[in-house]
Design a protein around this ligand. Structure first.
Ligand code: MRU
Length: 342
């Protein structure tokens, strides 16, 4: 099943706010509904947002929007969430064909979808090989944050895609997803995906992460990325930075897994990344129950930035960048897209 797809002239997406209780597929026929779905995280995760960006432009182009109107609406879509570079990347990529007509725009949006599927298999191969190289043969437990699985992409994931490949190769001891407050992408979505895979896992609360790394419960920490800057600094779900510190303190590999489209060479360092603040409500309520005094105000950054000093390697669909050896996105040439069998 695909997280987001183009079906009979409109977009279909899994409403991730309903999981794990309900697997509901939404039909999206209006741009404003898509923007709202992005803002409320019905569709989320950097690569899925890239596909949503491309398909959103295709949707309004099919409805007859062109010229300045198409540009204005596309800008609104690209700005629905600020941190994941893939959203604006997806919009920009299809808008390059704005003058070639609606069918060419749709063709490009579908190409983004298809490339995402292929790139996740490739990341799985590069990542699982790297883990064997770093940790040796045998089975290893992996801690991970947020949801970086098929639900964050189209069919298969990035960091969770590597965990899936390890499971298929027989090298996964267990996955330890952190629940990922405040919206629980780890428990609602990652645990659900691991369950579907039949992979061994145990869920942990966010604050247990560094301690469990210290106690040897996991041999590496994997994260996805919303934006990787030219020097390798990485924005990802809030909590990634503290887990990277915990892993680094124990000399454990910190592996960032993301497609090439998440690398933003125009942004020099993590200090230049805009971090989405999602406001007070998500923090002071839990499933509709108030958990803090009425007047409480919260600071709620949806993402943090892990400095490249804390990262062992960045795995993409085209290469492994050994950040711990001084490599960066600008120093390592692209390699081939790998398939399930190579
Ligand atoms: O707020 P979200 O759920 O969109 O945040 C998602 C993440 O931080 C993911 O780790 C990232 O987008 C990579 S997804 C393969």
């Amino acid at each position: 099943m695909r997280t987001i797809d183009w079906v009979d002239g409109h977009i279909e997406l899994i409403d991730q706010t309903k999981l794990p209780g309900e697997l509901e597929v939404r039909t999206v026929t209006e741009l404003d509904d898509l923007i709202n779905d992005i803002k409320r995280l019905a569709v989320r995760g950097a690569p899925a947002l890239g596909v949503a960006g491309g398909m959103g432009v295709a949707l309004i182009a099919q409805q007859g929007l062109k010229g300045a109107e198409l540009e204005d609406a596309s800008r609104r879509l690209a700005n629905a969430r600020p941190t994941a570079v893939n959203l604006s990347w997806g919009v920009r990529r299809v808008m390059e064909y704005a003058n070639e007509g609606k069918d060419r725009i749709l063709e490009e949006a579908l190409a983004i979808r298809d490339e995402d599927i292929a790139s996740c298999y490739s990341m799985g191969q590069y990542g699982a090989d790297l883990i064997e190289e770093l940790l040796g043969e045998g089975q290893h437990a992996i801690m991970t944050v947020c949801n970086t699985g098929g639900l964050a992409c189209v069919e298969r994931g990035t960091a969770l895609g590597v965990i899936q490949t390890m499971f298929e190769r027989g090298t996964l001891k267990e996955a330890l997803p952190v629940e990922t407050r405040p919206l629980l992408q780890g428990s609602r979505l990652t645990a659900w995906e691991l369950e579907q895979m039949g992979a061994p896992y145990r869920l942990i609360v966010d604050s247990a992460g560094p301690f469990l790394l210290r106690r040897g419960f996991a041999q590496a920490f994997f994260a996805g990325a919303d934006r990787i800057t030219a020097n390798g600094d990485t924005a990802n779900k809030i909590g990634t930075y503290s887990l990277s510190l915990g892993a680094k303190a124990m000399n454990l590999p910190v592996i960032v897994v993301a497609p090439e489209s998440t690398i933003d060479m125009e942004t020099k360092t993590g200090a230049d990344i805009e971090i989405e603040d999602r406001g007070t409500e998500e923090v002071v309520n839990f499933h509709g129950v108030r958990t803090a005094p009425e007047e409480t105000q919260a600071i709620n950054p949806a993402f943090d930035v892990t400095p490249h000093e804390n990262i062992t390697a960045i795995v993409t669909d085209r290469r492994v960048i050994r950040v711990d050896r001084g490599e960066s996105p600008s120093t390592v040439p692209l390699g081939p897209i790998r398939t399930r069998s190579n």
